[in-house]
Design a protein around this ligand. Structure first.
Ligand SMILES: NC(=O)c1ccc[n+]([C@@H]2O[C@H](COP(=O)([O-])OP(=O)(O)OC[C@H]3O[C@@H](n4cnc5c(N)ncnc54)[C@H](O)[C@@H]3O)[C@@H](O)[C@H]2O)c1
Length: 634
């Protein structure tokens, strides 16, 4: 069994003693404050025993909820929460014991005690933090302070590193935990440090644990996987070191037999890793590229921004039929290459695909009404070009293909929550082309690791704004006209914010291939299924002044479905950051501040209107095709 090293044991004991002292002083003060310094006789007699009991109990509870394990400096919301839970649980227990007559402490004293205790526990951590910072600044030695460090990979290499760490008198790492993708290791401990979760949740743990430094201890991992981990950790502001590949360790004089003991001196920093180790795996001379088709679109521009922010080179293939507003803010980013072309043009496709490492396929005619304008164009673009694209990816050795499908494929369903295995029931041409595309991708992907994301109905603010999506349209109408018209209202829909949808694409394109290969994921959150009427009420509530909601019986859209998004949450750790409230509030603020958006009926904000203009169609959608062969090409 693993035993804590004596130094850490001593520290833990010291922390527990300080917390016990705070609990004791809080209780005495609480009595004094409550009785204004005149403690009644029975309480004065019992006080020493009560103080000892309460101090021991509260310290035990703080220990149990993790208040002494990794944390002691008050640095994040998570730590504040741990303290609040610990103090709250002690208070509830003490109240119960008092109510049962086991202890004789008035509730008023317990309430004062709880507040004082929480203040004391948090205060001492703040002071400790300030002291650390002060010492660090005064000595001018930045790297000798405790750096909150996360280790990625909980195997032999990590074990060697931790052993080396323990054997040293001083290191500046404070290990907050380990990440590993093996389900068997989740929650286990290696040399006293817990495996917190899988690497898919790297960013989340970096934020939650205020991690400053990440060490990737996976010397035998594929280079793209290493690069991905390093980029993601760096994009969260952490510094990164990595254990080099085993062959490099061997070349540098490490023993060639048995397990190789890795020490801290073997680590190289991330810049070095990128320059030397990773560069050798490039399939082509240039840095690998992620191709985003439809990257100028409503979701695409968020995908592109996120990839660039994480250090990837990005190529966008788009015909800009809705303009370039989505990409304009990113034009000066050195890692962005923009190709104006058409996904239904084979030359444009092959030229864009050939040196790409991954492809995110977003270009399409999107939405039922837009697809209703021309069946032929819809089939060409939404299905035939998918075939060309996936075959080109296979031919040119693209490693990963992420396809944007839609929860519309579930169509009109009974009153059940649908998951990825549920039967499909498309009620529009758009949905049919998504299903046909999903099938053809998995049929023809060959060695390409393909993954399909079925998006919920998207909402929220984007540089390329769409007001032809239900939440966005309701919000614009409520702000500008003070009224919303709802057709039917009882239809269910799942919703996801455009930035969260973008994050799902980035995750699917960059996470470990084994987690996504051949998989289909619903994208959203199981709690974000709403009826259209509920959306209208939500919007009216957020707009905040009298918004009239008019219900019209005729339902012009038969879709009605609720979906479960447990699979993407469980497999990839995907958690939306926006709910409907925050997304709607964000749009209201933008609409109020930007006169251009208040002209929400303008052509560029609606796919149907743009396509009608472009295809020169007069009248309602669902007109027979009136297009020439090259009508989509500029
Ligand atoms: N927005 C939603 O609610 C939603 C829901 C489910 C699925 N999806 C899927 O997500 C993807 C992106 O949707 P979006 O809302 O960002 O749509 P969008 O219409 O804003 O973006 C589509 C982009 O593709 C480009 N494009 C269209 N035809 C092209 C062609 N022939 N060649 C090159 N580029 C072309 C457009 O210029 C545009 O930039 C689509 O595949 C869609 O099916 C969207």
């Amino acid at each position: 069994m693993y035993r804590l090293p004596p130094k850490r044991m001593l520290k833990k004991t010291a922390k527990a003693l300080v917390d016990a002292a705070i609990a004791a002083v809080s209780l005495v003060l609480a009595f004094e404050l409550r009785f204004a310094g005149n403690l009644p006789f029975p309480f004065a007699l019992d006080l020493p025993l009560l103080v000892a009991l309460v101090a021991a109990g509260q310290t035990g509870v703080t220990f149990l909820v993790g208040g002494h394990s990794r944390i002691w400096q008050y640095t994040s919301m998570h730590e504040a929460l741990v303290l609040a839970i610990g103090t709250g649980a002690s208070m509830v227990a003490l109240c119960l014991l008092s109510a049962l007559g086991v202890l004789h402490i008035p509730i008023s004293v317990l309430l004062i005690d709880g507040a004082l205790c929480l203040l004391g526990l948090a205060g001492v951590r703040v002071v400790r933090r300030m002291q650390v910072t002060f010492v660090k600044k005064r000595s001018g030695v930045t790297d000798l302070s405790r750096v909150r460090t996360l280790l990625v990979g909980a195997g032999d290499t990590c074990n060697s590193l931790l052993a080396d760490l323990e054997s040293r008198n001083h290191t500046n790492w404070e290990i907050v935990g380990l990440l590993d993708d093996s389900p068997a290791k989740q929650g286990a401990k290696l040399r006293g440090h817990s495996v917190l979760g899988p690497t898919t949740q790297l960013e989340w743990f970096i934020r939650r644990e205020s991690v400053e430094h990440v060490v990737v201890a996976m010397p035998s991992a594929d280079r793209p996987v290493l690069r991905n981990l390093i980029n993601r950790a760096q994009s969260c502001g952490a510094t990164v070191q990595a254990v080099p590949a085993l062959e490099d360790l061997l070349r540098n004089g490490k023993p060639a037999v048995g397990r190789i003991p890795v020490t801290l001196e073997d680590l190289v920093d991330s810049a070095e890793v990128k320059k030397t180790l990773l560069s050798r795996v490039k399939r082509r001379p240039a840095e690998p590229v992620i191709l985003v088709t439809g990257g100028a679109g409503y979701i695409g521009c968020h995908v592109v921004r996120r990839l660039l922010d994480r250090g990837y080179r990005v190529r966008v293939l788009d015909n800009f039929m809705y303009g370039s507003a989505g990409l304009d803010p990113l034009r000066n980013r050195p890692n962005l290459e923009v190709v104006e072309g058409d996904v239904s043009n084979i030359r444009d496709v092959t030229a864009s695909v050939k040196d790409a490492e991954a492809v995110i396929a977003l270009a399409a005619i999107v939405g039922d009404p837009a697809c209703g304008i021309s069946a032929e164009e819809t089939l060409n673009l939404n299905y035939e070009s998918t075939k060309v694209l996936i075959e080109a990816c296979n031919f040119y050795g693209v490693l990963r293909f992420v396809f944007a499908s839609s929860c519309s494929v579930y169509g009109a369903s009974d009153d059940v929550v649908l998951d990825e295995e549920s039967p499909l029931n498309p009620v529009s041409l758009y949905a049919r082309t998504r299903i046909l595309s999903e099938d053809v991708i998995f049929e023809r992907c060959g060695d390409v690791r393909a993954v399909v994301l079925r998006l919920s109905t998207v909402f929220g603010l984007s540089p390329r704004m769409r007001f032809d999506l239900v939440v966005n349209a309701f919000t614009a109408r409520a702000v500008v006209e003070g009224r919303i018209r709802v057709f039917g209202g009882g239809q269910w829909r799942p919703f996801v914010h455009c930035k969260d949808a973008a994050e799902a694409f980035v995750l699917a394109a960059t996470t470990l291939p084994e987690l996504v290969q051949g998989e289909t994921f619903n994208v959203g959150h199981s709690d974000m299924n709403c009826t259209i009427a509920e959306v209208a009420h939500l919007v009216a509530e957020e707009v905040g002044r009298d918004v009239e909601i008019e219900f019209v019986d005729a339902v012009d859209d038969p879709r009605n479905y609720r979906v479960s998004c447990k699979k993407i949450a469980g497999t990839l750790g995907f958690q939306p950051q926006f709910d409907l409230h925050s997304g709607i509030r964000e749009m209201i603020a933008a609409l109020r501040g930007d006169a251009r958006l208040r002209d929400y009926n303008d052509v560029p904000f609606s796919n149907v209107k743009v396509l009608r203009d472009r295809f020169d169609v007069v009248g309602a959608p669902n007109m027979p095709n009136t297009l020439g062969r090259h009508a989509v090409v500029r």
